[in-house]
Design a binder for this molecule. Structure first.
Ligand SMILES: [Zn+2]
Length: 128
């Protein structure tokens, strides 16, 4: 992975600007800060809004693995020794726990579609 000349950070190739001389080995953020490129030339540098949308897509994807332990803890603390409902919600929780990986895999296609929609188009130039 190449390192930026200005900030010293390492990124994949997509995050570097292209060109010779002052533009060689410069990351997109430094290129923008030093005025070597315009904002339109570096679509890989996400806007805040796009970054937030990507973050919430990832959060939605993995949220089920946060909910399931939370519901188990809630059940353990409150419902486990209430007579008919403890057993009823135990069954419900077992079903939900067993379904969680299935739901996760089932929603995978939608997730990659959303991420593709939220990824800026990037053409890798020849020689990179
Ligand atoms: Zn840099």
């Amino acid at each position: 992975m190449p390192a930026c000349r200005h900030c010293g950070s390492t990124y994949p190739r997509e995050f570097f600007i292209h060109g010779n001389g002052p533009r060689a080995q410069v990351c997109a953020q430094c290129g923008l800060d030093k005025g070597l490129v315009t904002k339109e030339e570096v679509p890989i540098l996400f806007e805040n809004q796009l970054a937030n949308a990507r973050f919430s897509t990832v959060a939605r994807r993995y949220s089920i693995f946060l909910y399931v332990p939370f519901l188990w803890a809630l059940w353990g603390f409150t419902l486990s020794d209430i007579k008919p409902w403890g057993l009823f919600f135990l069954g419900l929780l077992i079903v939900l726990t067993l379904l969680a990986p299935v739901i996760f895999i089932y929603r995978g296609g939608r997730y990659s579609g959303d991420m593709a929609r939220l990824s800026p188009a990037y053409d890798r130039p020849k020689g990179h």
